[in-house]
Write a protein that binds this ligand. Sequence first.
Ligand code: COA
Length: 198
Amino acid sequence: MAFAPLDTARLVLRPFSEEDAEDFAARRSDPETAMYQAWRVPYSVEKALAVIRESEHHDGPVPGHWFQLDVQRRADGRTVGDVAVYLHEHGHTAEIGYTLHSWARRKGYATEAATALIDYLVDVTGVHRVEAATHPDNARSIQVLERLGFQHEGVKREAFWVEDEVSDDELFGLLAREWRARRHALAASADADAASDA
Ligand SMILES: CC(C)(COP(=O)(O)OP(=O)(O)OC[C@H]1O[C@@H](n2cnc3c(N)ncnc32)[C@H](O)[C@@H]1OP(=O)(O)O)[C@@H](O)C(=O)NCCC(=O)NCCS
């Protein structure tokens, strides 16, 4: 069954199609966006097409593969970025990543898209744990993870290569039960706010 797009208040996360390749390549070709990423710039449309075709083979996250979703703004249909998930063997652990166009930052889109993705991974895929790894200087990415409730779990020393430069890799993790408790607490406080407004 085809992957059903995930809706949030402002965004929709949907499978990529080949028409998205130019936008994907342009996003990854921005040197500032690529600063803490393992890919090189410029990022070709051919490479983007290969990534998109890899995801097109699957109707959702499959162990041993990356699955990418295009993140569109509902108001105007514009792509603001993408999220990606790698399901580890046995499907108990998922690694996530996210990238926004530079013009789409500081609006909460990465946190909103990642929230929908984690909801899906916990509720539908049934993962036990979600993890993410980031360059130690990628403060914006670390803030997204902390806002989502990830815990800093450690550092892999000299494990992250960006071109010829190696740095440490910061490791973050979130357990499904922590996510459910957090979502429950957020829903309860939203209910309390609504009741006090009534
Ligand atoms: C990492 C990255 C996605 C973070 O983007 P971001 O815009 O900082 O994160 P969000 O989309 O969650 O936005 C959060 C910001 O929007 C602000 N914001 C504005 N309007 C908002 C709204 N309506 N709702 C929520 N937040 C809002 C928040 O206050 C926050 O700003 P602050 O950090 O100054 O407090 C982005 O920097 C990026 O694409 N970097 C390049 C790729 C990359 O490194 N990816 C990570 C790989 S590990």
